[in-house]
Design a protein around this ligand. Structure first.
Ligand SMILES: Cc1cc2nc3c(=O)[nH]c(=O)nc-3n(C[C@H](O)[C@H](O)[C@H](O)COP(=O)(O)OP(=O)(O)OC[C@H]3O[C@@H](n4cnc5c(N)ncnc54)[C@H](O)[C@@H]3O)c2cc1C
Length: 278
């Protein structure tokens, strides 16, 4: 059941994942689905969307990169301090039995995809959708600039039926180059129906969409746009040319819908609505 009421809740645990990357945990029942997000309000700062990185039905987690003013303020916060949350909002990744998932993550995209893999293969006892999906296997692909930025390696290695593939730009771990370099082979060698799911930098996601189009493979993509209200009212995250709001009809969209968003992989808009090319 969704609980969209704003809540003002204390941070219960903070984990430092890497330089400038932290996960905050909250003892709060969110009952979210993997791929959904919450709007997080940082007092005296701003409200921003964050993907749900972890949810066992009793507590949930969010993973942040320190980027601008709001996340810089978050980085200074301590256990016990309170933030506002609203949600969960938006669409989620599909949960399909008898499917081979190829998950491709870049940056903090490893967080929601880690939550997806866990919910399919090792659902926690307290989880909202605590059934294990039958006949599912996962290739979990993580791309990062270097080995220190590969997120959640230990977490993903613990998930049953899941094989981790790493690619780093500098070759310090795994394949040297882009994680998309290995995607075609993984699709071709899968023994059952494939679903590619991805969350990460948009140019990576666009390459993945192109590969899935060429191979006519099902694909679901989490598309980020600047979001203000989170519920499809303000229109800030409407995309060209179809005008759907990514906070409501996204962030997770299927291949067919992603193909209709012509700005995908080309440009997005900043908070004033100005077009910014990738
Ligand atoms: C659905 C969704 C899920 C998200 N999940 C996470 C998450 O799990 N972890 C996380 O760290 N961040 C996530 N973000 C981004 C987050 O909402 C903030 O925008 C980001 O953390 C920067 O916030 P800031 O106020 O610190 O910096 P800002 O000053 O707002 O931004 C710093 C820089 O990032 C750019 N930027 C901000 N938002 C976006 C955007 N949506 N798309 C492209 N560029 C942008 C700005 O133009 C600026 O250059 C998500 C965004 C969306 C839409």
């Amino acid at each position: 059941m969704e609980n969209n009421n704003p809540q003002f809740i204390p941070i219960s645990k903070i984990v430092e994942e890497a330089q400038d990357i932290k996960t905050f945990y909250f003892e709060h029942s969110l009952n979210s689905k993997p791929g959904q997000f919450i709007m997080l309000w940082v007092p005296e700062h701003d409200q921003k969307p964050f993907s749900i990185a972890y949810d066992d039905g009793k507590s949930f987690g969010l993973t942040f990169f320190k980027r601008g003013p709001t996340t810089t303020k978050l980085f200074d916060m301590k256990v016990g301090e309170r933030v506002g949350i609203e949600g969960p909002f938006g669409t989620s990744f599909s949960r399909k039995p008898d499917t081979h998932y190829i998950m491709v993550a870049g940056g903090y995209g490893a967080a929601p995809l880690g939550f997806l893999a866990e919910s399919l293969l090792s659902p926690p006892a307290g989880g909202g959708d605590a059934r294990r999906a039958e006949g599912v296997g996962v290739d979990f692909c993580v791309g990062a600039r270097n080995k220190d930025l590969v997120l959640f390696k230990n977490r993903i290695e613990k998930i049953p039926n899941t094989k981790l593939h790493i690619a780093t730009d500098d070759g310090s771990e795994g394949h040297k180059g882009y994680i998309t370099d290995i995607l075609s082979n993984l699709i071709d060698s899968a023994e059952k129906k494939v679903l590619v799911v991805t969350c990460g930098p948009e140019l990576m996601e666009k390459k993945i969409l192109n590969i899935c189009n060429e191979k006519n493979t099902d694909c679901e993509i989490s598309i980020e746009r600047y979001m203000k209200c989170g519920v499809g009212i303000c229109g800030q995250c409407a995309v060209d040319p179809i005008g759907i709001c990514m906070c409501k009809e996204g962030p997770v969209v299927k291949r067919e819908l992603a193909n209709k968003i012509t700005e995908f992989g080309k440009y997005h808009r900043d908070k004033s609505g100005k077009i910014i090319y990738f």
